[in-house]
Design a protein around this ligand. Sequence first.
Ligand code: NAD
Length: 493
Amino acid sequence: MSLRMHESVRPVLDRLDVPTDLLVAGAWRGGHDGGRIDVRDPATGEVLASVADAGVPDAQDAVDAAAAAAAGWAATAPRARAELLLRVHTLMHERSEELALLISLENGKSLADARSEVAYAAEFFRWYGEEVVRLRGQVGLSPGGGNRLVVTHRPVGISVLITPWNFPAAMATRKIAPALAAGCTAILKPATETPLTALAVAALLQEAGLPDGVLNVLTTRRPGPVIEAVLTDPRTRMLSFTGSTEIGRRLLRTAADQVLKCGMELGGNAPFVVLADADVDAAVEGAMVAKMRNGGQACTAANRFFVQAPVHDTFVEGLVARMADVRVGPGSDERTQCGPLINDDAVRKVDELVQDALARGARAVLGGARPEDGPGSYYPPTVLVDVPADARLLHEEIFGPVAPVVRFEREEEMLTMVNDTEYGLVSYLYTGELGRGLRLAESIDSGMVGLNRGLVSDPAAPFGGTKQSGLGREGSTEGLLEFMETQYVATSW
Ligand code: NAD
């Protein structure tokens, strides 16, 4: 492995195996045509490492490997699969500092964020290790009394797992753990920007005793043709994708040809609502978590703040004070609270959205301008007020540390604005009255609601969205059943 990086971090990474090749049939190997992809540190733009670039022949090899391992893995006792997953959970905790540093280096997020991600990511192995041995079918009598209904679950088959760069560990383990627990073999394609963490997790699975071919990993700069080759192979049965709605739609079209089972975790446009009866200090704290985790680069990031008039100014004052205090810097520096964005294109896109809002009449009370050119892809924490309804950033994912605030008077007006989006992943709501919160949650069209909380992610909870935020759920028993087919046997005895 040839990671090039500052001497101070080398001793830590020397304790973690970070392969840089493809994993196919249990062997690490280069791509068919020998190409490599540079992985860069967003804090400096420097190359950290180069990983293999898979082409279509490598994709075919990966499907062959997953197919060869499928029957054996499906026949493994649930307890044996569970024990393997629990070993990986332990290994991730033993190497948590190294994994956190690796995430921070390739993704840019602060070490604090990276450490929480490692704990969250590892938990999927424990949760599904515990869950798969408890999975039950059903036996019932048909309503007419003529026969029995025997219902069981079995692995769906070869699963293609595609993950984004914003949570390089957790988005991978949220798929790998339930897929393997269910008895499926899989092909993982991590994001091109952040492949190293996924490769390190795959090495830990091998260390825990994963049989060859059960998980194969393809890194590629040609995701279109490589994934098309995998999805159109008649042996593939499942697509589990996390990423943008735009790419998700495209993959759904390809998946339609084989009528693949699809789990799609797509984009978000989360509203963060503060009602006049809310505890405003708690709302500001929750807003910092919902907005600033990963510097705003989360599908669950609060994208639009709706604050009721009586508490608007107090909330904005509190938020500006907290945002102004955020220490921006390289993620791997222990003092950093907000790292760089993933790359310069991301900075340009965030700034374009901010300038659009300002041009339409919004006011920046904090930040609001790109830093002068310098190393690293930084954008300053920004708070905008008086944001007009037609500002693009109220309708598109910002994916940066920018909080646009809209004042509202009446609940109905707020609900109309909250639901006026093609997305429906998560919403946040702060109120002093629980009953009111639950009633409003029922009127909000999103798969998840954070009620007086700025964080909803939990391996035991069904994570997922409505509308164009996706299909299906990850986490919880629902996430396991996504990788299973239900079989019903009508029988008389
Ligand atoms: P992206 O859609 O650009 O990429 C996601 C993955 O798809 C990457 O691995 C990428 O290499 C791959 N990909 C790109 N083009 C492809 C193609 N033509 N065929 C097959 N694969 C292709 O998303 P991103 O920029 O990596 O991640 C950010 C997006 O992910 C945001 O929209 C965010 O909201 C979303 N996201 C959603 C969730 C969720 O759980 N709903 C979680 C995290 C991120």
